[in-house]
Design a protein around this ligand. Structure first.
Ligand SMILES: Nc1ncnc2c1ncn2[C@@H]1O[C@H](COP(=O)(O)OP(=O)(O)O)[C@@H](O)[C@H]1O
Ligand SMILES: [Mg+2]
Length: 266
């Protein structure tokens, strides 16, 4: 079974895209064939691999026109095990375009159905909202991964995300699980980071990943060079941390697989 991991938090600038790109790359480095899907109209994940001029069909066409198969928009990356389903600005139009369509929340799930078996992992980057694109990613996903910035008020707003998660679990996607919460942009020199870490840990407990992603300029620079952290600065803290996060992700996904199997057998 393919693990489809949605990276979501309706706050912007919390490290969703940085996590999507570098977690996907780290999974590929661990021999997992991985598809990164960019559902954000800002297309920051896409631009980290390709210039916008190099993108013709994108997730916009896939989600708006059932005749455009997901397989036809997938592009390779420099890493032979990492693939990209690009996004572009037009995705912003879907909010209106899909309004009132009975299958609006299921477009990504349907598009993935014939493709997902070709990958071990699918990682979905989402926009900073709980609109139809994020809902599509939660309906299609097997797991939710929430990056939370180590900053004051970081937890505010996760209530809305978790409420949406519970609604989606209640009806269209009971199989969806929270894979974990990861602290991003952590700065061990500041009290803000330490305080919020304690707060996040007390709210999320075991769900919190052990790995924290610290603030590191290399992570900010690498997309401008169309590289992931692993080729741009392989020894940097960001590379080490995203590698550790990927190891935790794989472990949790595999434990979950065993648990689901046992449930099915019972
Ligand atoms: N660990 C980090 N260290 C330094 N800069 C980071 C880190 N994570 C993200 N950034 C930078 O912070 C900004 C917001 O991150 P991004 O991943 O785009 O967040 P989101 O997708 O949630 O909006 C970007 O400029 C990104 O390069
Ligand atoms: Mg983003």
């Amino acid at each position: 079974m393919t693990a489809i991991i949605t990276i979501a938090n309706q706050k912007g600038g919390v490290g969703k895209t940085t996590t999507a790109i570098n977690l996907a790359a780290a999974l590929a480095n661990r021999d997992k064939k991985t598809l990164l899907i960019d559902l954000d109209p800002q297309a920051n994940s896409t631009i980290a691999f390709y210039d916008s001029g190099e993108i013709s069909n994108s997730m916009f066409e896939v989600l708006s026109d059932s005749r455009v198969g997901l397989a036809t928009v997938i592009k390779p990356s420099k890493d032979p095990l990492l693939f990209l389903a690009p996004g572009r600005l037009a995705l912003a139009k879907l909010e209106q375009q899909l309004a009132g369509q009975f299958d609006a929340p299921f477009r990504l799930k349907d598009a993935l159905a014939p493709v997902e078996k070709d990958y071990d992992y699918v990682v979905v980057d989402t926009p900073p909202s709980l609109g139809i694109l994020t809902v599509n990613s939660l309906v299609a996903g097997t797991h939710l991964l929430v990056p939370i910035q180590a900053a004051y008020f970081a937890i505010e707003g996760t209530d809305d995300l978790l409420e949406t998660y519970e609604r989606i679990r209640a009806r269209p996607n009971p199989g969806l699980k929270v894979l974990g919460v990861v602290i991003t942009l952590y700065d061990k020199r500041t009290n803000i980071s330490k305080d919020t870490h304690g707060q996040i840990r007390s709210v999320f407990g075991e769900v919190l990943f052990k790995t924290k992603i610290t603030k590191n300029v290399r992570l900010e620079e690498s997309p401008a060079y169309k590289e992931t952290i692993f080729t741009f600065a392989p020894k940097s803290p960001g590379a080490v941390e995203y590698k550790k996060l990927a190891a935790e992700v794989i472990q949790r996904v595999e434990e979950d697989r065993v648990a689901r199997h046992a449930e099915d057998a019972a």
